[in-house]
Unconditional design. Structure first.
Length: 393
């Protein structure tokens, strides 16, 4: 049987006889090379590789592990994390394995805080009034509450009288231009994660701005031993020189506070006063003596009722603090993202129920952050005369 034949013409008057088969006339058939075998690894080797990677990650990130543990609320999990982290950190420091971590944090502007913190410093006591019969105050806690526990008792100092609010200044603000845009810093804890970039984008559509976003996850005002926001605020002013600062903090502040040998139970009046004191310190740093404008957003209530109660105390403290600091303004954003001030997962947007919260019941999702950005944008735009029409003049 012939394997190959010469083509035959289909013209009716032409006949081409087929040629006899010859091996030299056979066509060459090229075949693709076989693909290399897929790389494989045995299960024991895979487990060993993952174990080595985890050990190296812990050794190189030991400082971060300890830092994270320091920011946790008091309890067995924090104790265990710090116990393991400190032992690993000692090994890492002895082997100089912390150098890459320290260099990376310094490059990101998150070097270990070395400045003297303000939030953790006990304020000077008020001058006592003369009394013919001095009395001794027995040890007591700074507050009590149904949903928080106290780790150690302490003495309660007599609260200082609330100072009178400083009249809000009426200084005319400059009109930003493309050559001298408004410098806007959005900062806070993870609650600002979606909101910060969204607000910067919103403002860029109404006038010339230069935006900065600086988010510090897992931080707050209650744990200056973890991250002191008075130090962070100074660093931000020096690095970004903002004209306007938008702040949202509080997602990690559902815990007690300590100041020296005093303990403030979350949700109590004493805790609220201490939170106000710390907020005022940060506000004065950000505003720099009324040279800048600060917009501190209210804390959205959490799903957990006890946390929502603390959120209300946080907002009370922030509102009082802003009334005492020229250039600071407390912005209530709860209207469009709550159910008459109470927690809700859904709100109506354009007649449609829209999910605005993350599954943790604390954070706003992208849709919720977008709603807040739309609320805050016109306030800043109006106060700073943000308009591309004015900028072109």
């Amino acid at each position: 049987m012939a394997l190959w034949r010469r083509p035959v013409s289909h013209h009716p008057s032409i006949y081409v006889a087929p040629l006899p088969f010859h091996p030299l006339h056979a066509p060459t058939i090229e075949t693709a090379p076989a693909p290399p075998p897929s790389p494989t690894i045995s299960v024991p080797r895979l487990i060993l590789t993952l174990a080595i990677a985890m050990v190296l990650a812990v050794l190189f990130g030991a400082r971060g592990l300890v830092h994270a543990g320091e920011g946790m609320p008091d309890g067995p999990f924090r104790t265990a994390t710090l116990a393991v982290g400190n032992r690993v950190l000692a090994i890492s420091e002895a082997a100089h394995l912390t150098i890459p971590w320290d260099a990376a944090q310094a490059a990101l502007g998150r070097a270990q805080q070395t400045s003297a913190p303000l939030l953790a410093v006990t304020p000077p006591p008020a001058t006592p009034l003369p009394s013919p019969t001095p009395r001794t105050v027995p040890p007591a806690v700074a507050g009590s509450g149904p949903h928080h526990t106290l780790s150690k008792p302490t003495a309660t100092a007599t609260p200082k009288p609330t100072p009178k609010p400083t009249p809000r200044p009426t200084v005319a603000l400059r009109v930003p231009t493309p050559h001298n845009p408004l410098r806007v810093l959005t900062t806070g804890d993870s609650l600002m994660g979606y909101l910060g970039p969204e607000l910067v984008d919103e403002l860029s559509h109404v006038g010339p701005i230069r935006g900065f976003v600086d988010v510090h996850d897992g931080t707050g005002l209650t744990r200056p031993d973890f991250v002191d926001w008075s130090v962070v605020a100074r660093q931000q002013i020096a690095a970004d020189n903002p004209d306007a600062i938008v702040v949202l903090i509080g997602g990690n502040d559902f815990q007690n506070m300590t100041l020296g040998n005093r303990v403030f139970i979350a949700g109590t009046p004493a805790w609220t006063r201490e939170y106000q004191r710390r907020a005022e310190i940060c506000m004065r740093i950000w505003t720099s003596g009324d040279k800048r404008r600060l917009y501190w957003l209210s804390m959205p209530p959490a799903r957990d009722p006890s946390w929502a109660y603390d959120d209300a105390r946080i907002n009370q403290a922030l509102q009082r603090a802003a009334a005492h600091v020229p250039g600071a303004r407390y912005i209530n954003i709860l209207g469009p993202i709550t159910n008459h001030g109470r927690y809700t997962d859904f709100v109506n947007v354009g007649g449609q129920p829209t999910l605005i919260r993350e599954p943790d019941g604390v954070h706003l999702n992208i849709a919720g952050s977008d709603i807040v950005a739309h609320e805050v944008r016109p306030l800043i735009a109006k106060e700073w005369h943000l308009s591309w029409h004015h900028a072109k003049k």
